[in-house]
Ligand binder design. Structure first.
Ligand code: SF4
Length: 211
């Protein structure tokens, strides 16, 4: 597998925020979100065998592991890696852009799936069939860059009945809209979703790597 970095940090997003976590960040993404903060993953990386990755992950002695990218579902071996980590007793999260089929992942993996809002420029790529595969343990994330994105997220959550079915996460595109604006919109609409800040961007500089 082509890997950009493996490191231990604090989980900055999702309902696992604040917990120690080992991140396996794969190289390559087939989307180009306008506000992407992970462009460094688009190229480069190091080829590693599954054994090397698992060995490095185990070395951190941490039970929570996140597979992220780039787009981890671009890597053919991601399914086997996830299965090995689950077999080893890890809680395995995967962060995916929501444009690739999530159904083939081991059933123990917790999927944190984006639905790309219009201002990302990648809204047309959302793979809507994925919604049928979601389980209550999964999380669906909307990154909001402006009021139009918020309204699209709100309507999508309600039209697809996501409020009671999965954990729904509302994030801001860093620096494009204020957390306060988005929270006020959510309260006004009584939207049952979890607002989240990207905690790591408040702990370390927003462009820091490997944290
Ligand atoms: S899916 Fe993620 S890594 Fe890919 S372009 Fe969008 S934000 Fe960047």
């Amino acid at each position: 597998m082509r890997i950009t970095e493996i490191y231990k940090s604090i989980q900055g997003e999702s309902s696992f925020t604040g917990l120690p976590c080992v991140f396996v960040r794969t190289t390559g993404c087939d989307l180009r979100c306008r506000w992407c903060d992970s462009e460094f993953t688009f190229s480069g990386g190091t080829l590693m065998t599954l054994e090397e990755i698992i060995h490095q992950v185990n070395g951190y002695g941490c039970d929570l592991v996140e597979l992220t990218g780039g787009e981890p579902l671009l890597q053919p071996d991601i399914y086997e890696l996830a299965q090995h980590l689950c077999d080893a007793g890890k809680t395995v999260l995967i962060e995916t852009g929501g444009h690739r089929d999530i159904s083939k992942l081991d059933a123990r993996v917790i999927r944190i799936m984006d639905l790309k809002c219009p201002a990302s420029g990648e809204c047309e790529r959302n793979l809507w069939q994925n919604l049928a595969h979601l389980r209550p343990s999964d999380e669906v994330k909307f990154v909001i860059a402006n009021r139009g994105d918020y309204e699209w997220a709100r309507d999508t959550i309600r039209e697809h009945g996501l409020e009671g079915r999965v954990k729904t996460l509302i994030s801001t595109a860093y620096g494009l809209v204020t957390p306060r604006e988005v929270v006020e919109w959510m309260l006004e609409d009584e939207l049952r979703a979890r607002f989240q800040l990207q905690a790591h961007k408040y702990i370390w500089p927003p462009d820091a790597r490997g944290v």
